[in-house]
Design a protein around this ligand. Structure first.
Ligand code: ADP
Length: 409
């Protein structure tokens, strides 16, 4: 019997999200989340899906990622889905930063771990946690292929003129300063799913993907290949996000340092954690912002307007980058749910052949769908993202072609 299950692990600094999928029918067998690892109030939520659907929770301290993964393994085993099952084909890990080195999902070995470690200076918050997750999983199942799937990989096709910052090239090269882009698994999945929704091959369509979650990024995808994206060296560049500023004059940093007397760490925290929607109005949840706008709150309205203005600028820019656009697609928490954001982002862009049908836009659904009128030259769509499915698909594709299994047999 062939092993067809893939465990997907997304290890953050204090959390681990996981899903167990069966690639025979792309079904989800179990999902869960360990939160506040390292604190006294750690919490695990595990849900067995399918006919025997049930959710279990555990409180109490979980000291580190090792203990967290062991707890996950116990929960899976209690459902008869343990890590020792012969049905488990591989573990797929989300890794945030793969630099220019990793252009594809990669079976993990010592040299891969070393390279992910070398990238820590450009991803100090994410890569260490991702590495810990991989090392812990390797400890639990050293014989099983472990595949790293990189957030940056989809963007490594960007041409140099889109990836380069206009700074001294020698300095840029020495410190590996360039635009890498993130959310790549989502942009890859959603651009492909959009082609499917249009009934066309990915190679034939040009798509602008707007991934609007707590973090947010836009990308221009030509014939299935990423040609530009809004995030840069780190996820700080580009759109206005939940708590990140996105684009601004870099001189703001010098000004805050020299005139404001703030330390570099304080400025880092300001721009990453206390800016964006949160910085503008004190809330980073679009639902709350909409409630406040409905109640006549001017500060919330300004935050919404700044957010939408930036989004429209990127839509316009990527129309210019692509030349021909077949679809503009909204995804992630805000993109999939906030009809008001979609309406405001597209309103008045008839110049680009873009329009939203009010009735279609108002429909709430978990399905991929068109929200443009039939007469529109360019499709506007909502396509729910599924990063775990994409990681599992890429992991399984690598393992099922035999190379990974041979390496680890
Ligand atoms: P993450 O980047 O954490 O994965 P998500 O893609 O889950 O984020 O998006 C989370 C955000 O989606 C929330 O902060 C909230 O602003 C927004 N959101 C979720 N549901 C709704 C909704 N019904 N209406 C408007 N915004 C929503």
């Amino acid at each position: 019997m062939t092993a067809t299950r893939v465990l997907v692990l997304n290890s953050g600094s204090s959390s681990v999200k996981y899903q167990l999928l069966d690639m025979r029918d792309h079904s989800r067998l179990a999902v869960g989340l360990v939160e506040r690892i390292g604190e006294r109030t750690s919490h695990l939520t595990h849900t067995r899906l399918g006919e025997e659907r049930a959710t279990r929770e555990r409180g109490g301290p979980i000291a580190d990622h090792g203990a967290a993964l062991e707890a996950v393994a116990e929960e899976l085993a209690a459902d008869g889905l343990g890590l020792d099952s012969p049905d488990l084909a591989a573990i797929g890990h989300r890794v945030v930063h793969g630099g220019m080195f990793f252009t594809e999902p990669t079976v993990v070995d010592e040299s891969v771990l070393t390279e992910i470690e070398r990238l820590i200076p450009v991803a100090p918050l994410h890569n260490p946690a991702n590495l810990t997750g991989i090392r812990t999983a390797l400890g639990l199942r050293p014989d099983l292929p472990q595949v790293a799937v990189f957030d940056t990989a989809f963007h490594t096709t960007m041409p140099e003129h889109a990836a380069r910052y206009a700074i001294d090239g020698r300095i840029a090269d020495r410190y590996r300063v360039r635009r890498y882009g993130f959310h790549g698994t989502s942009h890859a999945y959603v651009s492909r799913a959009t082609a499917e929704l249009l009934g066309r091959a990915p190679e034939d369509v040009n798509v602008i993907v707007l991934h609007l979650g707590n973090g947010a990024s836009a990308s221009a995808v030509r014939g299935g290949v990423c040609v530009d994206t809004s995030m840069g060296l780190t996820p700080l560049e580009g759109l206005v996000m939940g708590t990140r500023s996105g684009d601004m004059d870099p001189a703001v940093i010098f000004h805050l340092r020299r005139v404001g007397g703030m330390s570099m760490d304080e400025i880092d925290t300001l721009l990453n954690k206390r800016s964006g929607l949160f910085g503008l109005c004190g809330d980073n949840d679009m639902r709350e912002i909409q409630r406040r706008i409905d109640a006549g709150d001017a500060q919330a309205k300004l935050a919404f307007d700044v957010y939408v203005h930036r989004l429209r600028k990127y839509i316009g820019a990527y129309c210019a980058v692509l030349g021909r656009v077949d679809a503009v697609v909204f995804t992630a928490g805000v993109g999939e749910n906030a009809a008001a954001v979609r309406r405001a982002a597209i309103e008045g862009l008839e110049l680009f052949g873009l329009a939203v049908d009010e009735e279609r836009n108002a429909v709430r659904s978990g399905e991929a769908r068109l929200i443009s009128p039939d007469s529109a030259r360019v499709a506007v769509a909502v396509v729910p993202t599924d990063e775990e499915m994409e990681i599992a698909t890429q992991t399984y594709a690598l393992v099922a072609n035999g190379t990974a299994l041979e390496d680890h047999s």
